[in-house]
Design a protein around this ligand. Sequence first.
Ligand code: ZN
Length: 289
Amino acid sequence: MRLNDFDPDDLRVRDQRGGGGRLPIGGGKLGIGTIVIALIGYFVFGVDPMQMIGNLQQVEQSGPAAEQQGGATVAESCNVDALSKEACNALASLNATWQPIFSAAGARFEQPILNFYAQNGSSGCGAAQSAMGPFYCPTDNGIYIDTDFYREMEQKLGAGGDFARMYVMAHEYGHHIQTLTGVSDKVRAAQSRNPDAANPISVRLELQADCYAGVWAARNRDRIEPGDIEEGMTAAHAIGDDTLMKNAGQRPVEAAFTHGTSEQRMTWLRKGLETGDVDQCDTFANPRA
Ligand SMILES: [Zn+2]
């Protein structure tokens, strides 16, 4: 996907990598080499709401997470390497796409904050670890990314390419949209009322974020290059719960799905891509799709 270069004055970015470099924070006990596919599968693409509730309790006990700026400017953080720059360009494009959608609806919009970290970091929702995959934290409106994850995604999940990586960002951004619209809060309330249905409800939330990722891409259709859509579909397939469980040597169990099957993830990403219409992303109205 050909995206414009970001404007550092128009992005919210934090960096925990230290001086814009790659110094890991913390003990590094979950290094890149030790990531287990099943674990990636469970957490990939972020917010598992039950997990989030656990993390929030953790935060209450340990006090607010550090919000250090890391000393690096937005431009420095975004220019650490090619993957950081690509993430910042994607963030700028996502901001430029979603802001007008909110304005048109007369709704308040706020940009999320892109947080770079290396291996171990902190977030308003508790510890950030590479093995969790990228995630969104509603407490601090933060998208958390260790760009090394993208290498894992390509090598271990077979999902490479710039559009696959941008789909990840756009999905996490989708969780930010759900936070602004109040859907995330409603989902958490529904889950605490009905814990037995927590997983199927989570699937609806995750598939909507996939659809929102597609909406973003659709609204930047002129920037899509040959092969991009295939990269996105390959990634959506690779991170389906059933595929991840199979690849981890487990029998897929639907009750354990939190993000949706490969088929479902491809279906909803495609729906966003084909329509570019947020109103088509009501996954809650289509509980079987
Ligand atoms: Zn997600």
